[in-house]
Write a protein of this length. Structure first.
Length: 232
């Protein structure tokens, strides 16, 4: 399928290495049901609350990574990315919260699922313990997959009707305005790949791949309303 934004060489290497897992998200039953509007509201509510929990750690990862880069422009971009994860996307969560019956207190009191917590820990560990390149590689799959998936679904549907129960979600992630965000992120991924040796690049490719696996697992934890063992 066509790429909605410029893919530099190292980003292509990362995606190619995780191609099968990346593509698997497109056919996950959660995504299919979300796209055709048949997804049960309680499952979407579960997903939205868990997504809000995840974005807190995505924001943390961007903020931590901002302390490791030296270039002021990179620092500012990461700080803005950390802010966007909490402010812009939270507007979507709170909008659905009004109709589905949850609020910021609900989110704060909800435990992350096993899959969600594992993904969060992977991202934060990558930026804390790994190289700058590994950090960028670990955070890249989430926005990349959502933006590409959103625009793919828009092409498939042709248009999003106001009556669609998840129109706000589909419109947000199909917005071509996000393309600039991804081009900036992937340009920085390439920048630090150019400064890295092959061993560091290999670790970054692996970090990217783990995040792609976790993206599929995130759809799945929502679809199954995953619980911790021995929880009712």
């Amino acid at each position: 399928m066509p790429e909605p934004f410029l893919i530099p060489p190292f980003a292509k290497r990362c995606k190619d290495s995780a191609k099968q897992s990346f593509g698997a998200s497109y056919t996950h039953p959660f995504v299919v049901a979300l796209a055709n509007g048949s997804l049960e509201p309680e499952i979407f509510k579960f997903y939205q609350i868990q997504d809000a929990k995840y974005l807190e750690s995505f924001s943390d990862a961007c903020a931590i990574l901002s302390t490791k880069v030296i270039d002021p422009e990179d620092k500012l971009w990461l700080i803005d990315a950390a802010r966007m994860a909490l402010v812009v996307e939270s507007e979507l969560h709170m909008g659905y919260g009004k109709t589905l019956g949850y609020d910021s207190k609900t989110i704060a009191e909800t435990e992350p699922t096993p899959n969600n917590l594992a993904y969060q820990n992977h991202m934060v560990a990558s930026v804390q313990k790994g190289s700058i390149l590994e950090g960028f590689a670990a955070i890249a799959p989430c926005p990349w997959l959502y933006i590409e998936l959103g625009q793919h679904l828009l092409r498939e549907k042709g248009q999003i009707e106001d009556s669609h129960p998840y129109a706000a979600w589909l419109r947000m992630y199909s917005d071509p305005g996000f393309n600039s965000y991804m081009e900036n992120l992937l340009a920085r991924l390439q920048k630090y790949a150019n400064l890295s040796d092959e061993a560091t690049k290999n670790r970054a490719v692996a970090a990217f791949g783990f995040s792609v696996h976790y993206e599929w697992m995130f759809w799945d934890q929502a679809w199954t309303k995953q619980k911790w063992p021995n929880q009712t």
